[in-house]
Design a binder for this molecule. Structure first.
Ligand code: AMP
Length: 279
């Protein structure tokens, strides 16, 4: 497995490769778990060269404490990637990607950012889009793999990829979960075992929504589920939205089967978790 710390070295390596090779890219912020590895394994099935980046992107954090406390395990990550035969890892320092005091670009998301993460984390998606544009310019992948776990991010990346005229195909991969149902997340490392147990309410509620949709109105179902969180004072519910999958706007009436999503953001012991289900 090749490891690059400098974009110019990565670019010249990629330039030296056979142009017919299908290259797939998996951008991550490290502290890799089986969810990340499932993206790489999916990418490997459909490509000749898989590139993974590990970079904790400062511009997408709107909370300094969250950025500082974000887990960083580069040696473990390199071992995990090498064990599954990832071809290339790009592990840059901030200075390789950002000039001093560089500001993020502002993008248009056609309303995909109006609710949920876009509303609760101002500037977050501009940080995400900025780093994805930079990384795509370096890697120029044929395909890039992203998790459905970050559904709004996935839809926004599909949108900006088209807007910026990248020819990269964006592939969404289903969410990998712990046996408890909790979505795997690097942030789970910051939770105690009792917090991990409490956090299972998030996925239980999403399953409840999927099972009870259409039988109850959107409004009734949301109220019932919000009440479940209110009964758990140690979990702070930031939002619970039932949205249309195409524009991510909250709905009053269900769309066709497979065109709705329920999305939750909640914090436990100051650790912010998100999850969703499509139904
Ligand atoms: P992150 O390191 O959190 O930026 O995530 C890197 C990529 O892994 C993103 O495309 C995420 O959506 C994806 N990802 C994170 N957690 C999971 C999971 N549990 N299952 C599948 N993909 C995931």
């Amino acid at each position: 497995m090749k490891i690059f710390k400098l974009k110019e070295e990565l670019k010249s390596y990629l330039n030296s490769q056979d142009k017919d090779k299908i290259t797939s890219f998996v951008p991550t912020m490290g502290a890799l778990h089986d969810g990340h590895l499932s993206l790489i394994l999916n990418a490997k099935k459909n490509s000749d060269l898989v590139i993974c980046s590990i970079f904790v992107n400062p511009t997408q954090f709107n909370n300094l404490k969250d950025l500082e406390e974000y887990p960083r395990t580069p040696n473990r990550d390199i071992k995990a990637l090498s064990d599954i035969n990832c071809d290339v890892v790009y592990l840059p320092e901030i200075s390789d990607l950002y000039r001093t005091n560089e500001k993020v670009k502002q993008y248009q998301y056609n309303g995909l950012d109006t609710y949920m993460e876009g509303k609760g984390r101002p500037g977050h998606f501009d940080g995400v889009a900025t780093i994805i544009e930079k990384l795509f310019m370096i890697v120029r992948p044929n395909k890039a793999y992203f998790g459905q776990k970050d559904l709004q991010q996935l839809q926004i990346i599909k949108h900006i990829t088209k807007q910026l005229n990248f020819e990269t195909e964006i592939v969404g991969v289903s969410t990998k979960r712990e046996s408890s149902g909790l979505a795997m997340s690097s942030r789970n490392k910051r939770l105690s075992s009792s917090d991990l147990e409490k956090a299972t309410l998030i996925y239980k509620t999403l399953l409840f929504i999927k099972e009870n949709a259409y039988k109850n109105s959107v409004k009734e179902l949301k109220e019932t589920c919000i009440q479940k969180f209110n009964e758990e004072p140690e979990i702070h519910l930031e939002y619970l939205e039932i949205v249309s999958l195409d524009n991510l706007h909250p709905i009053d009436m269900y769309k066709h089967n497979g065109c709705n999503a329920a999305c939750i953001a909640a914090s436990i012991s100051s650790v912010r978790l998100i999850d969703n289900i499509i139904f």
